[in-house]
Design a protein around this ligand. Structure first.
Ligand code: ATP
Ligand code: MG
Length: 777
């Protein structure tokens, strides 16, 4: 039922409620705030209710996450909407959209926890007009909703409008100013701002126009106009109304759009904090208090403090954990898993940040983060039912990633401790090389390294760290330590056996998770870049040859594995593996020695399983793509090369002409059908000659080992060999590491296809959802 909340005659805020942190449910719960918004536009103003899209953008590679309600309507605004689709009939629309601002153009991650009103995940309430009403009606509806229906006193509100910009030839938005004056906003509360604050553009070209924003003063009883747009926690923007009237042309000129549109966005959490009032914190609302209560902290209860008043960062930790667990839940439910690139990498960073605050600052037990997931689904699941459906899976993924991170966190803390107690440590300045190693080798976000050091009263040498970061960007992969012909002969002369790397294939599936074997090994030989040596000192780059390894070495167009090893006698110190190459039967692990190392040392290898699994996903996706291209384009398609890394796959092939849109769609369909069918991926080692006799076998112009591995989708290799099937399937000679089921690719997105040279095309594809379900044996 739609209930009107009216202001009392004295202007008191009848809708404003006592602080809800006491635990009693607020008079106007967030659920009602949301539904009042939707119903106001639906019932009173004839808007159609459209569900939130998933946070993972579909078909928009310019975005990491959906970050505004407008995203899903972009085709309407750009005029590219399919006229046969339902969307093309939208004129007035209202919704509540799940948004994530933690990467790319909108990145609020650094503010989260420090302030009380930025989140990585938030809900954006919005109403739209596509060629229907414009400025006057939009402003009147917004004002009526806020002041009459939610009962917010008008004297707490400030409104900004576009002041114009002479250099770009843009006039002030006088029309909007007059609308607000007519509505009754006093001139002193109607504030002009420039391009940065009050002119919205979709991108370098496309729809754009002035906007008008509504700000709320949490204090009241004063003139707070100087605090508008001044980053003050007391005066906060709540609603942005964008009026798209121009199109920015490619030559940067502006043309009037054929149809004007309205795009508005109001943060639900900020609105609820106004309505459940008393404090200026989004965290003191029923969207967050159950989470703050549920956090199993041993560091005292949540106190709501910020900045210097929160010296131990306990309250910040509460907020970070509550915020991040919402983001993790929503993202995982929508198919974004913690991973190695793009949005997945951002999510991995969010998870690690949350775990660390949970364990180290709040001193919560392991598993505490995942234990909050049911509370998130309790708060949001009725509106976003996927949170109910996926709760168990979300908890599993959070727990597994937590376990993985904690083992490196422990190592990181010990490494910091060891560095600080070294004799050559210069007081107060932490060596940049160690900070860099924490980031690169143990996967710590740099801001986390900073925080950990800050807590210990030290600072990293930032100049040196910036230099290392720049050096890393420039060099990409460092020059490799490769064995020369003399050293290879020497290894043979000394009788050093070839490396047994069969463990790289010995992974399995257990209860739907990939399980990788642990690996202990002995250092058989060390190579300092010029000659074989018996020991290596700290800081030296070298090649390490072990008797066995579980690391995949770079070959067949697949990136080498990442990870590190530790010495049995020095378990705190990771020896990061920078590259893995295979030469003359020896697998050479390239490392910069974190401490000394000598032949005979026993080591424990730690594979970066998330990275490995990401490579496996791309690998199997490449096989499927290779097969699909042939199915669609015919047998003349020949693979010319490919590269598989954790974040994408590249596939070069011969083809007469660039693919048409319909061919691309067919390839896409074929690939995704194979993925959905979740076929078993088989592999078997065979003598090269018998392997070559398999019908339909794909090979590239490469020297294959003998025996060779044959990888086939859906049909066992033995059936293919015996001619027991006439089914066409993907079958390749291949030494890479593949998935065990095609379904684990989850989905494949072809990003680009272009001609590299006459008759040769290059296709680049990414997988959005990587199976990040990894477990250590
Ligand atoms: P701010 O300057 O406060 O970061 P913004 O200009 O980035 O806000 P818009 O892009 O105009 O905000 O988004 C529309 C509305 O969404 C804002 O008025 C605000 O209520 C809400 N909002 C934006 N970012 C966040 C966030 N990180 N967390 C919570 N709400 C947000
Ligand atoms: Mg912002």
């Amino acid at each position: 039922m739609f209930r009107l909340l009216l202001r009392g005659p004295s202007g008191c805020r009848s809708a404003h409620l006592a602080r809800s942190f006491s635990g009693s449910p607020p008079e106007l719960p967030a659920t009602r705030v949301r539904s009042i918004f939707v119903e106001f536009f639906r019932q009173r103003h004839g808007h159609r209710v459209v569900p939130s899209s998933p946070v993972r953008p579909r078909g928009d590679p310019s975005l990491l996450f959906v970050n505004a309600g407008m995203n899903q309507f972009k085709p309407i605004l750009l005029g590219t909407v399919d006229p046969r689709s339902e969307m093309s009939s939208y004129r007035r629309v209202v919704n509540s959209q799940k948004c994530v601002r933690a990467g790319g153009k909108h990145n609020d991650l650094e503010d989260v926890g420090r302030d009380l009103y930025h989140h990585t995940f938030f809900e954006m309430l919005g109403n739209w007009s596509f060629g229907d009403y414009f400025k006057e009606e939009a402003c009147r509806m917004a004002w009526s909703l806020l002041t009459e229906h939610y009962g917010i006193p008008a004297d707490r509100l400030y409104v900004s409008y576009f002041a114009g910009d002479a250099p770009s030839g843009l006039p002030a938005d006088e029309e909007t100013r007059h609308v607000w004056l007519d509505i009754g906003v006093p001139p002193g509360r109607l504030l002009p701002f420039g391009l940065k604050e009050n002119f919205w553009e979709m991108g370098d070209s496309g729809p754009c126009g002035p906007c008008t924003e509504i700000h709320y003063d949490h204090v009241g009883g004063r003139d707070a106009s100087a605090l508008v747009n001044a980053d003050s926690p007391e005066v906060v923007e709540i609603w942005n109304l964008v009026f798209m009237q121009y199109n920015r042309e490619v030559d940067h000129s502006l043309r009037l759009l054929p149809h004007f549109s309205v795009d508005t966005g109001m943060g639900l959490e900020r609105l609820v904090s106004v309505l459940q009032g008393g404090t200026r914190s989004n965290y003191d609302t029923d969207l967050f208090t159950p989470l703050l209560h549920a956090i199993q902290s041993r560091a005292g209860p949540y106190g709501g403090r910020t900045g210097a008043a929160d010296a131990a960062k306990v309250d910040m930790a509460y907020r970070v954990v509550a915020d991040h667990v919402r983001t993790l839940s929503v993202c995982i439910a929508d198919g974004v898993h913690p991973g190695m690139s793009g949005a997945e990498l951002v999510l991995r960073r969010i998870l690690r940040r949350a775990v660390r605050f949970c364990i180290e600052v709040l001193r919560a037990p392991r598993g505490a983060l995942a234990s909050l997931v049911p509370t998130v689904s309790h708060i949001l699941g009725d509106v976003y039912p996927e949170l109910h459906r996926e709760a168990d899976r979300i908890m599993d993924i959070v727990n597994e990633n937590e376990a993985h991170f904690l083992s490196s966190l422990q190592q990181g803390s010990r490494l910091i401790h060891r560095t600080l107690s070294r004799k050559d440590y210069k007081h107060g300045v932490f060596p940049a090389a160690v900070a860099w190693s924490l980031h690169r080798d143990l996967g710590f976000p740099l801001d986390l390294v900073d925080l950990m050091l800050e807590e210990r009263g030290v600072q990293v040498d930032h100049q040196e760290l910036d230099r290392l970061i720049a050096e890393n960007h420039q060099s990409g992969v460092r020059s490799q330590v490769t064995l020369d012909v003399v050293s290879l002969a020497e290894l043979r002369r000394l009788g050093v056996p070839h490396t047994d790397d069969s463990l790289k294939y010995k992974y399995g599936l257990e209860r739907d998770r990939y399980v990788f074997p642990a690996c202990r090994a002995t250092v058989l030989a060390l190579y300092d870049g010029k000659t074989l040596v018996s020991d290596i000192s700290e800081g030296q780059r070298c090649g390490v040859i072990l008797d066995r390894t579980c690391f995949y070495s770079e070959q067949g167009g697949q990136s080498h594995d990442q990870g590190y090893f530790t010495r049995d006698s020095l378990q705190d110190v990771p020896y990061p593996v920078e590259a893995v190459v295979r030469e003359g039967g020896y697998v050479v692990h390239q490392v910069t020695a974190a401490d000394s190392l000598r032949t005979g040392d026993q080591v424990q290898l730690n594979l970066d399983q998330v990275h490995r699994l990401s490579c496996m996903v791309k690998h199997t996706a490449t096989h499927i793509l290779n097969f699909a291209l042939r199915e669609v384009l015919g047998l003349s398609v020949q693979q010319r090369g490919s590269h598989v890394s954790a974040d994408r796959l590249r596939f070069d092939f011969t083809v007469k002409a660039p693919l048409s849109v319909s061919q691309l769609q067919q390839v896409d369909r074929c690939v995704n059908d194979i993925i959905s069918a979740n076929h078993v991926v088989h592999s078997q080692e065979l003598p090269l000659q018998s392997a070559r006799s398999i019908e339909g076998l794909r090979t590239v112009d490469e020297v294959y080992p003998d025996p060779v591995r044959v990888v086939s989708v859906a049909v066992p290799v033995s059936d293919l060999l015996a001619g027991r099937t006439d089914r066409r399937t993907s079958v390749e000679l291949c030494c890479g590491t593949h998935l065990l089921r095609t379904g684990d690719v989850q989905d494949l997105l072809i990003v680009s296809e272009r001609q590299m040279a006459k008759g040769v095309s290059r296709m680049v594809a990414v997988t959005g959802r990587e199976a990040a379900q990894v477990r250590m044996e």
